[in-house]
Design a protein around this ligand. Structure first.
Ligand SMILES: NC(=O)c1ccc[n+]([C@@H]2O[C@H](COP(=O)([O-])OP(=O)(O)OC[C@H]3O[C@@H](n4cnc5c(N)ncnc54)[C@H](O)[C@@H]3O)[C@@H](O)[C@H]2O)c1
Length: 277
């Protein structure tokens, strides 16, 4: 199969290309708007905010893992971030449906649930949260991801694609986790202290792109390590900081406050790495 990975020069993209290249029967092609690829025949430079360039970049693909984006609030002016992220995601869906590419996996974010730099505090109805929990996007970045999920739903239902929106939590290289877990949970409780090792994120992308899923279907799945990134016990975080949230699942030890059940059920993904070694 031909797998195209957009954002292939970025953190998750590089690892996804690297992981997919170890898998049998897969020809991997990277796409990014910067630099050159280490596999020149397997790389195309393209700005995915341009529909024509997106068509060329995705031609011949059986599946696309779309990771290209401006990856957080504050990196560029807000309108530019929003317009760039929704344009590239729209173009990927539009090219996929016209080129007959049936599977699109793309990077959403836990920030649809709780923006990092919040305008107002967010209450959780229950813990651990899962994909059914109401969303609360509060800035340009979170909104671009939420709108992307709406597009994913529409393209799946209308044009028969099977789409997986991966809600990544904080995706981190092991070199950056040397001092983890953090000692203590303190406000503003960034994204419930959920994270995943980039090697797990890469494998999740590959599994989501290659596991059999029905057409006309859109799935949203958190990609999260089994534990939190903080030493404070999860039940203590819940009772101390989110007393109104109904406890609906296991909160023993430092278990993640974000459920990983959907990714496991849909495409057999379970995190293998932990910041606790
Ligand atoms: N890293 C995280 O913690 C995290 C968490 C949640 C969601 N995400 C999402 O996962 C995806 C990958 O994140 P990352 O951490 O690897 O980011 P990154 O910035 O390392 O990589 C993104 C890549 O996309 C490319 N890109 C941006 N706009 C483009 C365009 N218009 N055309 C072509 N290429 C373009 C960039 O050049 C870059 O190489 C992003 O969509 C991000 O929003 C990341």
């Amino acid at each position: 199969m031909k797998l195209v990975v957009t954002g292939s020069k970025g953190l998750i993209g590089r690892h996804t290309v690297e992981y997919a290249n170890t898998q049998p029967g897969v020809a991997v092609f990277g796409v990014d708007h910067v630099g050159v690829g280490s596999w020149p025949n397997h790389y195309r430079m393209a700005d995915l905010t341009d529909l024509g360039q997106t068509y060329s970049a995705l031609a011949g693909a059986d599946a696309v893992v779309h990771l290209a984006a401006i990856p957080d609030h504050g990196m560029v002016e807000e309108p530019k971030l929003f317009m760039s992220n929704i344009a590239s995601t729209y173009n990927v869906f539009e090219a996929a449906r016209n080129l007959g590419i049936k599977r699109v996996v793309w990077a959403s974010s836990i920030q649809v649930n709780r923006t990092v730099l919040m305008q107002h505090d967010t209450r959780y109805q229950y813990l651990p949260i899962d994909e059914a929990h109401p969303v609360d996007p509060q800035n340009d970045y979170a909104l671009s991801k939420y709108v992307g999920e709406v597009m994913a739903e529409s393209y799946a239902k209308t044009y028969g694609l099977s789409v997986v929106s991966l809600r990544f939590t904080a995706i981190t290289h092991p070199d950056n986790m040397k001092d983890w877990p953090w000692a203590k949970a303190t406000a503003p409780h960034w994204a419930l202290y959920a994270y995943a090792d980039v090697r797990d994120a890469a494998r999740a992308c590959f599994l989501a792109a290659t596991t059999e899923l029905p057409s006309h279907s859109h799935h949203v799945a958190f990609i999260v390590a089994k534990d939190s990134m903080v030493a404070t016990p999860s039940a203590e975080i819940a009772s101390q900081f989110f007393p109104d949230a109904e406890v609906r699942g296991d909160l023993s030890g430092n278990v993640s406050l974000v459920s990983n059940a959907t990714a496991k059920r849909l495409f057999g993904f379970e995190a293998q790495y932990s910041c606790r070694k």
